[in-house]
Design a protein around this ligand. Structure first.
Ligand SMILES: [Zn+2]
Length: 55
């Protein structure tokens, strides 16, 4: 199934057994567990960046 790639605007492919995430555009290749942690980490960073711009 296609899911959001954390590193590029392209779609990443989640394997049917939910064990690996791969993106052919940026050669992302990690386990689903790593992917979830990576997304959470990036989201947290993004929120930190946004909060810097709050008055
Ligand atoms: Zn990608």
């Amino acid at each position: 199934m296609k899911i959001k790639c954390p590193d590029c605007p392209g779609p990443a492919e989640l394997s049917d057994d939910f064990n690996s995430v791969k993106c052919s555009k940026c050669s992302l290749d990690m386990t689903y567990g790593e992917y979830v942690r990576y997304i959470a980490y990036k989201d947290a960073k993004y929120r930190d960046i946004l909060s810097d711009y709050k008055p």
